[in-house]
Design a protein around this ligand. Sequence first.
Ligand SMILES: C[S@@+](CC[C@H](N)C(=O)[O-])C[C@H]1O[C@@H](n2cnc3c(N)ncnc32)[C@H](O)[C@@H]1O
Length: 428
Amino acid sequence: MRLGGRLAAAIEILDDIDRRYRPAADALRDWGLSHRFAGSKDRAAIGNIVYDALRRKRSAGWIFQEETPRALAFGALLLQGECTPDMLNAALAEDSFAPPPLSSDEIARIADHPLDAAPDGVRAESPEWCEPLLKRTWGDDWVAEAAALSERPPLDMRTNTLRATRDQVAKALASAGALPCDLAPQGLRVPAIEGQGRHPNVQSEQAFRDGWFEVQDEGSQIVAELTDATSGMQVLDFCAGAGGKSLAMSAAMGNTGQIHAFDADRKRLAPIIDRLKRAGCRNVQAVADEAALAPFEGRLDLVVVDAPCTGAGTWRRRPDAKWRLGEKQLEQRQAEQAEILAKAARFVRPGGRLAYITCSVFAEENEDQVRAFIEANPAFRPVDHEALWERHFPGKAARAKIDRATGIALSPHRTATDGFHFAALERV
Ligand SMILES: C[S@@+](CC[C@H](N)C(=O)[O-])C[C@H]1O[C@@H](n2cnc3c(N)ncnc32)[C@H](O)[C@@H]1O
């Protein structure tokens, strides 16, 4: 396929996402199934246009003065900075599969609406209702912080130290261009893709099948590290999902002690079994029945709540979720978080720790939850988060946003990771 056919496909898929209010991954998969002739390079290029269009939706809407699928798809290519309207029209000429070229009216609108004249909310690529929330989280930095959530993400991996060293994994993935992460001690990173390329399929590598590494955002690796899970501990991962944090803690504990990996949703927990086998984790027990946790009340060294959240910190990877999110869902997540924290806290022994994690950037899901929990549960006190960060990442205090009492915030702008919030509370 030439650019014109790819652009036409992206417009069709964006229209499907918009009209049927569905996840981008589903719309892309369905398009692929009904267009089997399209090769993997075409699919990757179409996926890039669709995801870039969703990442830069407000900017494209600004330069075109409308948010149609056509404006978003053309906007994605123009905003990547690799072509001008004239270059784009030249590339589409004499391509019978291409959408109509940019009209003189469209070209005039683009010229009349440069991005540097756009309102803050547009440059932040923020849904309007989120603007006050993002301002509350980041103050004067909010536009730069939110805009960084609209960039293409890197591909991060965590070395599974139960099976290999980071050097061994780096060697095995040398052709993929994986380099050590800046902060996570076992992390490796393939930078964000450029142009119409794609990330290597690292999960097809022998090293992956042998359990040498997991695909895991550096931010997720960092918060797992901050839990301070160490050898011999008795741990409960109360929202274990497919086990991203459990696997990281298992390695940090050197396969000693015990991690009870629980999730209220059996289907979400199910993949953990194969992952544990591949990674050689022998100290993790998957628990699908909450009643089975009863004997551990008041007895565990560490309870981790990787809470269900809006996922606003992962908007680089799931830009469609940003436009589907509404105030009602935020309220629902907040209620669930408070309820789960209260439940999970019962398992912490005196002197033990409760770690609260979200991949959201909203204070409503982070600092507010921590403050409310402490107020309602005076037996819990925040650890000194500045000291905790310094112990794990000495000399790098300027990187994260740290509040001694309410926790540590990571973001694409500051830590070049997904957005995460971490808080550790000690039971006195
Ligand atoms: C952010 S995800 C967990 C991700 C996982 N820890 C990882 O690192 O891959 C949140 C999880 O919380 C689970 N969850 C939602 N409500 C819950 C509840 N009341 N009790 C326990 N888990 C719950 C969801 O099923 C979901 O898997």
